[in-house]
Ligand binder design. Structure first.
Ligand code: SMO
Length: 717
């Protein structure tokens, strides 16, 4: 197996670690196969880590005997839970108040809490030798009769959002519209699985190559968990082959690798297999939401209540609570709703951990709200644009607070819907749908409006203006293939008045870049880019004041508040009356990302995000059986969209600057993933509405749609 060879064919990496933080301005190198990923790092003498994992979802470890494995060829060490019991718990971002401190096991000790949980780790010369040794470990688990209970016994976090007299307003409303949306668990499925490579250094420190969105967080959390001075750790995120939120937290497997390299002072590496990622990387979605919208006779929204059940797994990654929190605080989704009563509850289960996944609660909020709005429109016989325009604020009503305590910075929400109506030629499309329905076609249109708050807090930049005129940006932000170097170069080029080609960009290396948060939550242009801009402005001012080159300046930029991107999408979808096969015939996307720095990467984000939204809407679902066994552990069983599943997309943009940052930028990295499922769901229900179908749950597979059609026909006959 080629991955067992210590010397890799990658020309960048043969014996020369190079400067991995220096990045190409375009992603072309990644597309040509010239990327330098974690598994490409030459680490002579490194031991490969292989994990023995639990095959039970719940039970006591009654026997664990590793002495034979430890003596096998190529094996350096075998570790079990007792060896790593001193490692402290992973910090969890408590955006919702935590009822209990969740447990965190690097390797299972005494009992197992999910299928796939690492129980023992083998360090071996080759991966194959490690796998042989894993087979020689005796592991016995006495499975509990109920394999799927709640390991934490009760919700681990719960939060309420209330404003106004929601109960009274609901009681007085002319109509109460109810909807339920249940999201399947999804696998974020980055093309590059998780990976880490660790090299002990002579000074007692460690260099850690980690496939991560958040290299600085990796460093600070490892220091905290392992009790190592952070100054001794250098974390490098080399090229990262996709992440989508799944690589924003440390995993038990990765913590083990660093612990082992540190304890034994040997180089260590691990790269997950595809099945290991299905088993033990974080899943996204899985949230179930029920809501009631109280409306006036003229279609105005008066009150909104909702219950959000956010499922967690058997351990909590750093951002585990974000989706359930986002789904609640974003839920009114830009619409004017004076009174709300929303509860979000997060509960553990004997499953793989859940975490943030592109959108992270935003798609869930949009799907429920847009179902409620569509149902309200149907109840009153209003057109889907009319009811939305009646309830969205005008452009001159910003900034504005929401009933869930958020501040919407700027926007022209109604303008986006009007633009969508015009862009899609909605009136002609609707007439065409009626004509085709008369001929027996199952075809529908779905509209969705959505919000995409981009992150909070700060990012940093250090910019050096060299004597030869070249400029070097070192960003504390990070990237996983988003052409970040190109957009940061564009920002600096304009601020400094130098050609973009004279600018080098580095990020993702705690050794050569200033501290930062990372590439997540649609924050990198709005916040990281603003740090670059402010830093360059300071340099430009110094230069204008007569300072000679070289000049260097470092800036930490703190956003004034969240920048709220938003969009309005329309999907036309048909369903094969015989097979239930859905086909998205066309899709129209109007997005407002504030001031756009790099139009190409903005539209690429929308297209890629839309593809992931198509996956969630039509086919993706992680499935477990009743005993907690994962049924979808490979791409043979877990469907993802391919190029042929993508509809023709027509994109248009509004550009309402945000006042939250000097660029005026808003995030757009998650937009497609947020808007697509809501619009697709509404379109599918519209397509089947002539049969009397009023509700469907995603993923909208042929099977789901076929059963819905049969049930509707049965009801009518
Ligand atoms: S789900 Mo994203 O990487 O914040």
């Amino acid at each position: 197996m080629s991955h067992d060879l210590p010397e890799r064919g990658n020309p960048f990496m043969n014996g020369d670690l190079g400067d991995q933080a220096l990045r190409d301005q375009t992603p072309d190198a990644l597309l040509r196969g010239a990327g330098r990923y974690c598994d490409d790092i030459a680490l002579p003498g490194a031991f490969h880590v292989v994990f023995l994992r639990s095959d039970e979802a719940s039970g006591a470890i009654t026997a664990l005997e590793a002495s034979e494995a430890a003596g096998m060829p190529g094996v350096r060490a075998v570790h079990t839970g007792a060896d790593v019991a001193g490692v402290a718990a992973l910090p969890v971002n408590a955006v919702m108040p935590l009822a209990r401190v969740p447990s965190f096991a690097v390797l299972a000790k005494d009992r197992v809490d999910a299928v796939g949980q690492p129980v023992a780790a083998i360090l071996a010369r080759t991966r194959a030798e490690g796998m042989d040794a894993a087979e020689a470990i005796l592991l016995e688990i006495e499975a509990d009769p109920d394999a799927t209970g709640d390991p934490a016994q009760g919700p681990i976090a719960e939060q309420h959002w209330s404003a106004g007299d929601a109960a009274g307003a609901m009681a007085r409303a002319a109509h109460r519209i109810e909807a339920e949306v249940i999201h399947a668990r999804c696998a974020p499925l980055s093309l590059e699985p998780r990976g880490i490579a660790v090299r002990p250094e002579a000074d007692g420190g460690l260099t850690i190559w980690h496939s991560t969105q958040t290299p600085h967080r990796t460093r600070s959390h490892l220091a905290e968990m392992l009790g190592i001075d952070a100054g001794l750790l250098r974390v490098i995120a080399p090229d990262v082959g996709g992440a989508f939120g799944m690589k924003a937290s440390l995993y038990p497997e990765e913590v083990y690798c660093v612990w082992a390299a540190h304890s034994l002072r040997v180089p260590v590496r691990w790269r997950a297999t595809r099945s290991e990622d299905f088993l033990s990387a974080t899943h996204g979605r899985g949230i179930a939401m029920r809501g009631t919208l109280g409306i006036d006779a003229d279609g105005r929204f008066r009150a909104l209540s909702a219950e959000i059940d956010a499922p967690l797994g058997h351990w909590l990654p750093n951002s585990a609570l974000i989706p359930g929190w986002n789904a609640a605080r974003i839920l009114p989704c830009g619409y004017d709703v004076p009174a709300v009563d929303i509860t979000s509850t997060a509960t553990c289960a004997r499953r793989a951990a859940t975490g943030i996944y592109r959108g992270a609660g935003r798609p869930e909020a949009a799907a429920l709200m847009e179902r409620l709005v569509d149902k309200a429109a149907r109840k009153l016989g209003l057109d889907p644009f009319d009811i939305r325009l009646r309830n969205l604020p005008d452009a001159d009503q910003f900034p504005r607070g929401t009933a869930t305590g958020q501040t919407l910075d700027s926007g022209d929400y109604a303008g986006a819907l009007r633009r969508l109506r015009q862009l899609s030629g909605y009136d002609a499309l609707a007439a065409e749908v009626q004509r085709r329905r008369a001929g027996g076609d199952l075809v529908g249109l779905g509209v969705a409006f959505f919000l995409e708050p981009s992150g909070e807090g700060w990012e940093s930049a250090r910019v050096t203006w060299h004597e030869d005129g070249r400029v070097e940006i070192a960003s504390g932000s990070s990237a996983q293939g988003q052409a970040r170097a190109r957009s940061y170069s564009a920002i600096a080029a304009e601020a400094l008045g130098v050609p973009p080609g004279d600018i080098d960009v580095r990020y993702g290396d705690s050794g050569t870049c200033p501290e930062g948060i990372g590439a997540l939550a649609s924050r990198s242009t709005a916040i990281g880019g603003s740090a670059v801009l402010e830093c360059c402005r300071a340099l430009r001012a110094a230069r204008d004041a007569g300072d000679a080159l070289p000049l260097v300046h470092e800036t930490r930029f703190e956003t004034r508040g969240q920048a709220w991107g938003y969009g309005a999408y329309l999907v036309q979808l048909s369903i094969d009356a015989e097979t239930g096969a859905p086909q998205i015939e066309a899709a129209f996307c109007v997005d407002d990302a504030g001031r756009v720095v790099d139009a190409q990467s903005a539209s690429d984000q929308i297209v890629g995000g839309f593809a992931q939204g198509v996956g969630a809407a039509l086919m993706e679902a992680v499935r477990y059986d009743a005993s907690g066994q994962l049924l979808t552990a490979s791409l043979m069983d877990y469907a993802v969209p391919r190029a042929g599943d993508m509809p023709p997309l027509t994109l248009a943009e509004l550009a309402t600057p945000s006042g939250m940052n000097p660029l005026g930028a808003k995030g757009v990295g998650e937009a497609g993933t947020i808007g697509a499922p809501a619009a697709i769901l509404n379109a599918a229900i519209d397509a089947l509405s002539p049969l009397g179908v009023q509700d469907l749950q995603m993923p909208l597979t042929s099977q789901t749609l076929w059963h819905a059609m049969q049930a509707a026909k049965g009801d009518r006959s």
